[in-house]
Structures are given as C-alpha cells and as structure tokens.
Design a protein around this ligand. Structure first.
Ligand SMILES: [Zn+2]
Length: 265
C-alpha cells in the first residue's frame, strides 16, 4: 500500500526544483472521492479542493526531499492513492537520527505553510472571524481552524468599474476557500502522518527514537507500538467515526506491522 505504484500510460510527470514528480491516476480519483461533498456546495469548488490537496501533499513530500538532500541523499516524488512518497535514489539505509530527520521534515513542511498563510493573511489585514470546523465531517475529531475572511480586505477591493462587485465577491469567496482548505488539509495531513504507525512518518520517527535508545530491540518495539496503535485507530475509524477508508488503511498497516514482526530477518 505504501510502496511505489507501477507506472501507467496516463501518469503525469514533471520536474520541479530538480526533483522528478510522478502522479499516478488514482491520486485524482481519490481526491475527487474525498471532495465529493463539494458537488452540492455552490461556495466551494472542486478545482480548489483538488488543487489544495495536490499542493499540500507535494509540499509535504518536498519536506522529505529537502531533508534527504541535507544528508547527501536525493529522491523523487510519487503521488498516489494514499498520498505521496518521497523515494530515495541513493541511499537505502539511514541511521536512526537520519531516519527521524527525514520523517519529521514532511509534516514540518506542511506546518510551515500554515504559519506562512497565517502571517500573510494577518499582514493583509484579514480578520479572524469565529472558527471553522474540519471539512471531513468527523464529529468527534473537530479541529478548530481559523477562518480567514479575506473577503473583508478593503485595500484589495477594486473599483466597481474594473471588475463588477459581484464578480469580486465570487473571487474572494474562492480565495477564502483556498486558504481555509489549505490550512485544514495541512493540519490534518500532518497530524495523520505523525501517528506512530509504520511506515507513516510518525512510525518511522518512533522507530528512530527507539533504535537510538536500544539498537537491539528498537525496531521490534516500534513495530509493536505500530501494530497496537494501528489496530486501535482502525477500530475507532470503522465503528466510531464511520470512516471506512481510514479504517481499511490503518487495518492494513497494523497487519503489515504484524507480518514484519513475524518475519525472520
Ligand atoms: Zn511523509
């Protein structure tokens, strides 16, 4: 599930900052599936959702790539049905410390983007009006995200004659949507990836930390944590949150940890 998916004829490929990026077609399918509630909402556009998701996952993976380059490694990025991968082209083995650095760089990149968005919107005079609750519809895990009413930026409003006010209102609604969506995705994606389940970033971080303190048994201990936490999240996701996709994903990861614990290596 978290291995590189095979190439298809409709993969999109490009290079950005000397890094090869490949987008598997299922990335777009899953993006549409997760944004499907937007079809009934006139104030929210599917294009903005897909764009925000694409940018967010790309920035997360670039965080990993930058950390790799600091370690004289390099890599390429693949976006697929379960998010993204930053795959090393040079080194397969990392010390525990290097493992922690590379793993944490992904979520940190996303959090930095949120801080930049926050600072820029504040500098532009956007008002923080109330709170916006997560786009996922989860009732238990509601992340309060500040909603930036960029709409109220008087200084950026043009004269009626240039662009009709009604059109300006539509534009600001979409800019606002983009900012809020980027914030929500980056917080959720960062936190999700920090869960201590292998091979998510959090799982790799825990494996690095455990291996630092105990090189002999660190890996096994981290996989045990991964198995237990993955199984718990899977159960909560299916029976409490009713998020089947999330449940299947963590169930699979827990099973994978179980298999790794039982493989003789
Ligand atoms: Zn990551």
């Amino acid at each position: 599930m978290f291995q590189e998916p095979a190439s298809t004829p409709i993969d999109i490929r490009f290079r950005l900052f000397r890094t090869a990026v490949r987008i598997h077609p299922l990335f777009w399918v899953i993006a549409l599936l997760f944004g499907r509630n937007r079809f009934d909402d006139p104030d929210k556009s599917m294009a903005i959702w897909v764009f925000a998701l694409f940018i967010s996952i790309l920035i997360h993976e670039f965080g990993h790539i930058i950390a790799m380059r600091n370690l004289d490694d390099d890599g390429y990025i693949v976006l697929h049905a379960f998010g993204g991968l930053a795959i090393s082209t040079k080194r397969l083995h990392r010390t525990p410390k290097e493992m922690i650095q590379v793993a944490l760089a992904g979520p940190i990149a996303g959090f930095i983007l949120i801080v930049i968005i926050y600072v820029v919107t504040q500098l532009l005079g956007a008002e923080l009006q109330g709170f916006y609750y997560g786009v996922t519809g989860w009732e238990i895990i509601e992340f309060a995200i500040p909603q930036f009413y960029v709409y109220d930026l008087g200084m950026l409003r043009l004269d009626e004659g240039v662009i009709p006010l009604a059109t300006q209102a539509v534009i600001w609604t979409h800019i606002n949507d983009l900012i809020v969506t980027l914030s929500v995705i980056n917080i959720l994606w960062g936190l999700l990836n920090l869960v201590p389940v292998f091979p998510l970033d959090g799982g790799q971080t825990v494996m690095g930390i455990f291996s630092l303190s105990n090189p002999q048994t660190g890996q096994v201990e981290a996989l045990r944590v991964s198995l237990v936490v993955g199984a718990m999240i899977s159960i909560v996701a299916v029976f409490v949150l009713q998020e089947l996709y999330l449940g299947i994903m963590f169930g699979f990861l827990a099973f994978q940890s179980y298999q790794m614990l039982n493989s003789p290596y």
